[in-house]
Design a protein around this ligand. Structure first.
Ligand SMILES: *[C@@H]1O[C@H](CO)[C@@H](O)[C@H](O)[C@H]1NC(C)=O
Length: 285
């Protein structure tokens, strides 16, 4: 004879399981909620410090060169305000002079964007200053060492062949101050193309046959408000050859970026050497 479960018993099991589950999830929920709400207490800070505990998300894209991605670093409104500030002041971007070179000697096909330098003190809205402050917290490198923002626009087909932001003394002569790192904020999303590329990432393509135009290696797609940050120098202060990078041609859309070069010396100490560069919008690559 087959025993059938008693109807009454069957009804009783379900509420017990249900109640046990509710209890279990309530406990889990509570512990999760209390953890995520746990506020990190800030320390007393010194005069040059800051009362807030920062929480700026970023991802390591590569250690060779040291390259980091900061999603949603700036707001859409900030990006658009910066584009509007720069829009009417753009001039063709130039290249740094190598030893013995004149402006006419530089190959303008290497860099086809237009751009303008704007210092944060020139921006009365305070947006550039706020972004600079956030860059300082994110990179842990002081604002004293920052060059003015270089705002750039790349239109259809415009690009920047691969180059390094640090100056090789063999090519450019003795440097009193070096571009230690670069912070690049994407002011627009690009529909197609316009990626920032690092062809020599992790030692790739360093066989001497790379032509400086090909978009290969680590590629970062520009997205409005996102930023990347990379070091041009190794921790021991010599140039990281793998920091070679460029901008792939824009295929569809328009690319706007704000570049912040961070020096290894206080910028003010050497600013006089760069005044002419900025006035003529002549910029070192
Ligand atoms: C700096 O570090 C790199 C990588 O570790 C090394 O190859 C190079 O020889 C170092 N240079 C100096 C001058 O210390």
């Amino acid at each position: 004879m087959i025993m059938r479960p008693h109807g009454k018993e069957k009804k009783l099991v379900f509420p017990y399981v249900f109640m046990a589950c509710c209890f279990f999830f309530t406990i889990i929920g509570f512990s999760y909620f209390s953890q995520s709400n746990k506020k990190i207490e800030s320390f007393d800070h010194e005069e040059t410090g800051d009362g807030s505990v920062s929480n700026i998300p970023y991802q390591v894209l590569s250690w060779k060169p040291r390259t980091f991605h900061f999603p949603n670093f700036a707001t859409k409104q900030q990006c658009e305000a910066i584009i509007n500030m720069a829009k009417h002041k753009l001039k063709p971007s130039l290249l740094a002079l190598r030893k013995g070179q004149t402006v006419a000697d530089t190959n303008q096909n290497v860099r086809t964007s237009t751009g303008v330098f704007i210092a944060s003190y020139e921006d009365e809205s305070g947006i550039l200053a706020a972004i600079e402050e956030k860059i300082a917290i994110a990179t842990k490198l002081p604002r004293d060492n920052y060059e003015p923002f270089n705002i750039l626009r790349y239109r259809l087909g415009q690009k920047y062949d691969s180059h390094r932001d640090a100056f090789d003394e063999v090519e450019y002569g003795t440097q009193r101050s070096q571009r230690l790192a670069t912070f690049l904020l994407y002011l627009s999303s690009v529909e197609e193309g316009g990626e920032t590329m690092f062809p020599f990432e992790n030692g790739r393509n360093m066989n001497g046959r790379y032509d400086y135009q090909k978009c290969i290696g680590l590629k970062v797609k520009p997205k409005q408000g996102d930023a990347i940050f990379f070091y041009n120098l190794l921790p021991n202060g010599t140039i990281d050859q793998r920091s070679l990078h460029g901008s792939c041609p824009v295929i569809k859309g328009e690319k706007w970026v704000a570049t912040k070069w961070i020096r290894d010396q206080s910028y003010g100490d050497y600013a006089d050497e760069f005044v002419d560069l900025h006035n003529s919008n002549f910029e070192q690559n």
